[in-house]
Structure formats: structure tokens, C-alpha cells
Write a protein that binds this ligand. Structure first.
Ligand code: TXA
Ligand code: MG
Length: 418
């Protein structure tokens, strides 16, 4: 694997896309797994290798805002405004889809997600290819998005499926002996066709998704570009909306079946002061701790990773830290609850989802409780008025944001991913 992609690599990758192949490439958010958005078979292969259920639509990456009109049948003033303010960059806009464009990527929906990424390799690839590139994050369904090329290669391998042939025996008697020694190791990673390496990504979390097809804009997935920044850009351009969207009408965002973003290990969010108690109660488990730099915990039995207390740097390092702790074989990751507030919205969103996958009643939790000789039903109910961003050990997902449809200032729990 090369450590950075040359212009030749990028040209070759564009040829792979034209041939209907799958290319993993860096964006400023996370690595994407790209296919020609106009090639139904290629797009279907993305769903196949990811193990992603159909009906979870893919974002189409385009080279410039001018290409919006190719893919969207309506480009409202709000879309022009947000494109001017945030593209190229980590913002995805959901628009009404142009007829016959990106059917497979959109998973049959009447809308399409469009994004102009800012990463130089992504931009060079889009320029060399010329068309739209459908690209979800380059991870298998339900796993953590990759932020390095090495992470991509934990998920997928590059090349053709090798067909194993036993070595030619030198003598007849050697045959029986040679075969058992040469048995292939099964590599279960699905095969893709190329990876462009651009080093670690800058943002570290997936793009902000804003839906512009419902009247007032709705943030479906928080990211580096905050709902406040979106609202400000629109206001500055004098764009206002009728308080049109019925409150409580949750956007029918696809891909909301599961929480995703989850490591294999169980993950629990809690304030640092709870670490000692949990560590003493969960003896016998391999416990890891993910803490904030401001509050390095003294937890001798645990493997500890520290992330900076800046939301930008925390987001950049989060997925690598989770992969790392998973790879060390942790059963349980205790994550120190990050601060609340707009700068931390995206980080808290991803952590809540990861923790939700392992809430009471999930398989991991039942295992823990059985090991402790407790029944899931015997768990203490959440206390009324518990801090929304600091779920206690026994609070099953009580921190899930409600799914009511809200304007840009109210981020919802939709836009989940595979
Ligand atoms: O930062 C990112 O957005 C990365 C990089 C590679 O660009 N991509 C990414 O893609 O995170 P993916 O497939 O992992 O997540 C895309 C999300 C899904 O939650 C999907 O449901 C939503 O976008 N989405 C795509 N098209 C949509 C549509 N037409 N309507 C509503 N949601 C849509
Ligand atoms: Mg994804």
C-alpha cells in the first residue's frame, strides 16, 4: 500500500470507476467506498460488499455545485446558498432527485443526497472521473467508519479472490503430507478494487446531512458544520421558511434501523466519577477506558486512551481510538461523557448511537448481566430527570434524542447509516 496517492494512482482509480469497479478514497470526513453513480451494477456491488440493506441510500459525490442541477430536479435558493457557504466541504444536501438519475444510489427514493468533498484526493478523483461517485463510508454495515486507509483494509481487501491450488507434490508420498500444511487461511474480507491512501482524515466524523425537501431545512445527521452555522448562512442570505413542517412529523429518513457506529465491544457513556465503581463491579471483564485529556483517570486495571478536550481534535481521533480498543480485545469500553453544547453535538450523537447498540437488552448486555447473576428485568429503572447526556450505568438508552421533525436548530436522530 502506498502512503500517498500520485496523479497516476488517481487516473488509474478513475479508470477502475469507469470499468464499474469499487474504489475506496479519502474525503475530509471519513474514507468513502466509491462507484460510478450512473452504473447500477457497480452501485449494487457496494451494497453487497458492505452487507448494507437496500433502502439505505448512498450519497452521490460531485465535483462542483454546478453539477447539482444534473442530479436534482429542483435546486432551491437554500441549496445554492449552502453550497456557496460550505462546499467543497463536509455538508450533504438532500434534494429532490432528477428523473432517471442515481436510481440505484438513492435506493428507490424520490430524493438524492449530494456532496462536494474538499479533500484534494477526492476532488482529483472526481475531476479525473467526470461523473458522480456514489460513496458510503468504506466500512462493512454496522461497523465504525474508517478514517485511514489501514482501517479500510481492516474491512475490505483489494484484488481478485485467490483460488487456492495445492502445491505440486515432489513425490507421490509427499502429497498427503503437503496438503494439510498448506491449507489456506480464510480471509473473510470482501473484495474491492482499489484504495487511494490520503493519510488520516481531518474531520473524523461523517458529513452533516441537511434535508431541503421538506419545507424548512432539517438536519438529519449532525457533523462538523453545525445546525447553527447552517441557520446563520441561510439568514445572512435572507432566506426564511414558513414554520411549515408539522412538528412531530419525524422525517422518514432511511437507514434508521440500527444505531451503527458501534465497536464490537460494549460501550457505555458515563462521567469519570463512575469509572471506579463500574471497574470494581465488572471484575473479570476486559475493560478499556476512553477519557478526556482534562481528566486522566487513575484506573490501573483498564487500558486507557485519552482524547483531546477540543471537540475538533476529539472527533478526529474518536473512530481510530474505538477501533484500537476493539482490536485490543476489550469487552467493555467506558467512555467519559464529553461536554454538552453545540460544538460537541456530532461527537455526542455518534457516541450515543454506539452506546445504544449495547443498551440493556442487547446481546452484549444480557451476557454481562448473566455473568453477574442478574436478570435484565432486575435492572434499576432510569431516574426521572437524569442528565440526558450522562446516562448512568443502568439507564437503557434513555438519552436517545426524540425523533420529532425540527428545523435546523433542532438536530434529530435520523440519517443513520450502514
Ligand atoms: O461524510 C460522509 O458523508 C461520508 C463520506 C464518504 O462522504 N459518507 C457517508 O455515507 O457517511 P453513508 O452512506 O455512510 O451515510 C450516508 C447517510 C445515510 O444515513 C443515508 O441514510 C443518508 O446519508 N442519505 C443518503 N441519501 C439520502 C436521501 N436521499 N434521503 C435521506 N437520507 C439520505
Ligand atoms: Mg456509513
Amino acid at each position: 500500500m502506498t502512503m500517498s496517492s500520485t496523479p497516476d494512482d488517481i487516473r488509474a482509480a478513475a479508470d477502475v470507476l469507469r470499468a464499474g469497479g469499487l474504489v475506496a478514497f479519502p474525503t475530509e470526513t471519513v474514507y468513502g467506498l466509491g462507484a460510478d453513480a450512473a452504473n447500477t451494477l457497480a452501485v449494487e456491488r457496494i451494497f453487497a460488499v458492505k452487507g448494507r440493506p437496500s433502502g439505505h441510500p448512498l450519497i452521490v459525490h460531485i465535483e462542483s455545485a454546478e453539477q447539482m442541477t444534473r442530479w436534482a430536479r429542483e435546486v432551491p435558493p437554500a441549496a445554492q446558498c449552502l453550497a456557496a457557504a460550505f462546499w467543497p466541504g463536509p455538508l450533504t444536501m438532500i434534494l429532490k432527485r432528477a428523473e432517471g438519475m442515481g436510481d440505484a444510489a438513492a435506493g428507490g427514493l424520490d430524493t438524492i443526497g449530494l456532496r462536494v468533498p474538499s479533500h484534494p484526493i477526492a476532488r482529483a478523483l472526481l475531476a479525473a472521473f467526470g461523473g458522480g461517485v456514489a460513496a458510503p463510508s468504506a466500512n462493512r454495515f454496522g461497523r465504525i467508519s474508517p478514517t485511514t486507509a489501514a482501517h479500510v483494509l481492516e474491512e475490505f481487501r483489494v484484488g481478485v479472490v485467490p483460488v487456492w491450488t495445492p502445491p505440486a507434490p515432489e513425490t507421490e508420498t509427499a502429497t498427503a503430507l503437503a496438503v494439510p500444511d498448506e491449507r489456506p487461511v480464510i480471509d473473510a474480507r470482501p473484495v474491492i478494487d482499489a484504495v487511494l491512501d490520503g493519510g488520516a482524515t481531518d474531520v473524523g466524523l461523517e458529513s452533516t446531512i441537511v434535508d431541503l425537501t421538506r419545507g424548512a431545512p432539517v438536519v438529519l445527521r449532525p457533523g462538523r458544520i453545525s445546525a447553527e452555522a447552517i441557520a446563520q448562512a441561510l439568514e445572512a442570505a435572507g432566506i426564511t421558511f414558513e414554520a411549515g413542517v408539522a412538528p412531530g412529523a419525524a422525517p422518514a429518513a432511511p437507514g434508521t434501523l440500527e444505531s451503527h457506529y458501534a465497536p464490537r465491544a460494549a460501550l457505555r457513556l458515563m462521567p469519570r466519577r463512575d469509572f471506579t465503581d463500574v471497574l470494581s463491579r465488572q471484575r473479570g471483564q476486559r475493560i478499556a477506558v476512553l477519557a478526556l485529556e482534562v481528566s486522566v483517570p487513575r484506573v490501573p486495571v483498564a487500558v486507557t486512551r485519552i482524547l483531546p478536550a477540543s471537540s475538533t481534535l476529539y472527533a478526529r481521533g474518536l473512530y481510530a481510538a474505538l477501533r484500537d480498543l476493539d482490536a485490543l480485545g476489550a469487552d467493555l469500553i467506558l467512555v467519559e461523557t464529553p461536554p454538552a453544547g453545540p460544538l460537541w453535538t456530532a461527537v455526542n450523537d455518534r457516541l450515543r448511537r454506539a452506546a445504544h447498540d449495547h443498551a440493556i437488552g442487547s446481546r452484549a448486555e444480557r451476557h454481562t448481566l448473566a455473568w453477574k447473576g442478574r436478570k435484565p428485568g432486575a435492572v434499576k429503572a432510569p431516574e426521572a430527570g437524569a442528565e440526558a447526556d450522562e446516562p448512568g450505568l443502568d439507564e437503557p438508552g434513555s438519552d436517545e434524542p426524540d425523533a420529532g421533525g425540527r428545523g435546523v436548530a433542532g438536530e434529530t436522530a435520523e440519517g443513520r447509516e450502514g
